[in-house]
Each structure stands twice: as C-alpha cells, then as structure tokens.
Design a protein around this ligand. Structure first.
Ligand SMILES: Nc1ncnc2c1ncn2[C@@H]1O[C@H](COP(=O)(O)OP(=O)(O)O)[C@@H](O)[C@H]1O
Ligand SMILES: [Mg+2]
Length: 289
C-alpha cells in the first residue's frame, strides 16, 4: 500500500478543493464553549457527558486490488465495532492488511464490499463532498511517514484541516484565530521554536508532532494512527507516543493504533489481531473453550 496516494490532507482527490464545506472549527476556547453540543469531539477538559455506544463499525469489509488482469483480495470480510472512548491497538504481521483496513475505516480507500458506519452514518454511501466533510471533522489520521505538505510551515500544516473545511472567506475571517490555536498546540507539543519551519527543516519526531497537531486540530472524536513511530528511533518514538496517549486522555477521544510493539499494545484497552486479511482475534471477545 502506498499511503501517500491516500493521504487525506494532501490533495487526495476526494478532499482536494473541498473549500465549500462549512465548518465549526475555531479556537480551542470557542470549541470549549461549544462542548455540550460537540461533546463527541472531545473538546479538551470541558466535556461533561461523553458519548457512549459505537463510534465506528466495519461490516463485512472486503478490499481487492487489481494488478494487471489479476485481482488480489486483501481484506476477506472484516467486521469490527469500536466504541466511543476506546483505546484500541491493532497488531499483526507485515502484509496482514492492517493499513488497508485503516484506510477503509478512515474513509481514505473505498472498500470493494461492506460498510463503514461512522456514528451510525453509512459513510461510503455518502456523496463525495459529504464524506470528505465527515472525514475531516470526525477522523484524525497519523501516518508512519507524516505526509506533511512540504511547502507549508509547521503551523500551516497543523491548521490544514480548518483550511480544507472552510470556504475561502470563512478561512480569511478566522485565520488569526486558527494560527493562534495551531501555535498554542505546537507550543504544547514542544515545538514553540519551530512554528515557521517547513517539514524538511524538522526532525522525524518533530514532523510527527506536527502531524499529530494536524490530526487533532478539529477535535475529531476518532484518532487513527498507523505505526506512528515506525520511522522514529525508540527514544523519539516513545516521546511521540506519550504525547499521543496524553492527548487521547485529555480529549477522551477514541484511538485506533497500529503497532508492532507488544508492550504498547498492552497499554491499550483492547487488542485486535489481524492475520491474512482477517480479524483473527479481538481481546474484547472472549475466546471460546
Ligand atoms: N494499492 C495496493 N495495490 C496492490 N496491493 C496492495 C495495495 N496496498 C496494499 N497491497 C497489498 O496488500 C497487502 C496488505 O498490505 P497492508 O495493508 O499495507 O499490510 P500491513 O499494513 O498489515 O503491513 C500486502 O500484500 C500489500 O502488498
Ligand atoms: Mg501497514
């Protein structure tokens, strides 16, 4: 899988130019005052009644790729449900289909068969613009290779979801607020002195922190992270993970994290094991005797 081709925020066809989509994105302060109506977004430290029930469900998910005249089936009918606030690790050998599944669940790649229900909405049956809006607001995605826009600064990369979500005039109106909020986030993420750096001027760990800020910018209820430390040394990776877990807890959001690290997986509430395009074990489901 080439995640670049599917990257949500970087000219992926379905979101490209989706400036007409209205947004409620604004400052952390404003997001806080709307905490009741937006509780599902997990506005930091202001959420009084977190949502319960399923946030995302995959039903009978199959995915096949055409290679020349051959069809390669990668996902063989995956079912899963993840509830609001769950912290879920996904493990499995390389090539098991984890990234493919995350891209389907994350509304980046259409399944060949099956459904993705996001807060009950059948996401893949929505028109493209509506699905792009849903994805931008509800799902933050962190990739192994960051996928930041090279020509934008750290702060601009972080606020990209607001740029995508808003019309040009709205964005112009809210620009200062977005910059302020992105700067505040990046300061909190230890990047206060890197706001104007472009990705090539940042280390891997710094890039991943910017990518995390971008994923969380609109306070989505779901954060999907596909081996977010896979390209980092262990010390740097550990720091990024601590930040990721800290933000999950702070916001009370749902986390779906692919990792090879067993210790890390055990830190999560639940572990999903993928094998050969199938969900072979789910720690939430007791194994029959
Ligand atoms: N776009 C694609 N075209 C063809 N085959 C793909 C594509 N993306 C992934 N695959 C294949 O699907 C299988 C699973 O890939 P992937 O989901 O990336 O696995 P994992 O993330 O578990 O390592 C691999 O054999 C890979 O080669
Ligand atoms: Mg993968």
């Amino acid at each position: 899988m080439n995640p670049t081709a599917n990257n949500d925020l970087e000219g992926e066809p379905e979101t490209g130019g989706a400036r007409t989509v209205p947004t409620e994105a604004s400052s952390e302060r404003t997001a806080g005052t709307r905490a009741t109506e937006l509780a599902h977004r997990g506005a930091p430290s202001t959420v009084s009644s977190p949502k319960t029930g399923n946030l995302i469900q995959g039903v009978g998910l199959r995915k096949a790729f055409k290679i020349g005249d051959r069809t390669l089936e990668i996902l063989h009918g995956v079912d899963l449900s993840i509830r609001h606030g769950e912290v879920v690790a996904m493990v499995g050998t390389s090539g098991a289909g984890k990234s493919t599944l995350l891209h389907v669940l994350g509304l980046l790649d259409r399944p060949s068969e099956g459904k993705v229900l996001l807060e009950g909405a059948d996401a893949w049956s929505l028109p493209t613009a509506a699905r792009a809006e849903l994805r931008n607001k509800k799902i933050g995605f962190v990739f192994q290779f960051y996928h930041l826009l090279p020509e934008l600064s750290a702060v601009e990369n972080a606020l990209l979801p607001a740029m995508i979500a808003e019309s040009r005039s709205e964005f112009r109106r809210n620009k200062d607020e977005h910059f302020e909020r992105a700067s505040t986030m990046l300061h909190r993420f230890g990047l206060g002195a890197r706001l104007k750096h472009r990705p090539e001027q940042l280390s891997g760990g710094e890039r991943q922190r910017v990518a995390l800020a971008r994923a969380l910018f609109l306070n989505p209820p779901l954060l999907i992270a596909d081996e977010p430390t896979g390209n980092l040394d262990s010390v740097t990776g550990q720091k990024v993970l601590e930040l990721l877990f800290e933000e999950q807890e702070r916001r009370g959001i749902t986390l779906l994290l692919v990792t090879h690290d067993e210790r890390l997986a055990r830190r999560c509430n639940r572990i999903l094991h993928m094998g050969d395009g199938m969900m072979i074990r789910d720690s939430a489901i007791p194994v029959p005797d």
